[in-house]
Ligand binder design. Structure first.
Ligand SMILES: [Zn+2]
Length: 173
């Protein structure tokens, strides 16, 4: 079904509100994971670089957002328990992230890794600078999933420079 952009936006708002009311615990978990990543990607919180609407991924079809339009990080899944993050960069809808239930259940410590991996390139394109920048070389740090959780690592190796996601500003000073 074709929908106009304004109608899509209205439905996205509506579904995101409903998700907050009915599945607040999951939305809070997603928002917490996103906050960790944004702490490191967003230099100035007053900038409002990214805003995210969270809704169950099963709504994407109905919204007409399953293909094309915004970039999707991977093949969309309608499996039960997967969620969609519709990301607005400086107010423009620019990315749809599909979060598998995997990251909301047994492996939630890797949710920041997954979100970072899904958003970092888009953020870098938008701000036109390395974020977060490696304190040693200045290139962007790579998201990494490790047994101790989600990290930022220097692409030249974890031994060169790394820090826990969410601690970049403290660790790089
Ligand atoms: Zn480096």
């Amino acid at each position: 079904m074709k929908r106009s952009e304004s109608e899509q936006e209205r439905l996205i708002k509506q579904y995101a509100e409903k998700a907050k009311e009915e599945q607040g615990e999951i939305v809070a978990l997603l928002a917490y994971g996103l906050g960790i990543v944004l702490n490191d990607l967003d230099d100035d919180p007053r900038e409002y670089l990214i805003d995210m609407a969270w809704l169950p991924a099963s709504h994407l079809d109905e919204l007409g957002l399953s293909e094309g339009h915004a970039r999707s990080t991977e093949a969309r899944s309608t499996e039960d328990g997967s969620w969609a993050g519709i990301a607005y960069l400086r107010g423009r809808r620019s990315l749809i992230i599909n979060v598998e239930a995997f990251y909301l259940e047994a492996h939630r410590q890797l949710l920041p890794f997954f979100l970072a991996q899904s958003m970092q390139d888009t953020v870098i394109e938008e701000v036109r600078e390395a974020r977060p920048a490696c304190p040693v070389h200045g290139h962007p740090l790579n998201p990494a999933a490790t047994p101790s959780g989600s990290l930022w690592q220097c692409p030249e190796g974890p031994g060169v420079w790394s820090c826990a996601m969410g601690s970049y500003h403290e660790a790089s000073n």
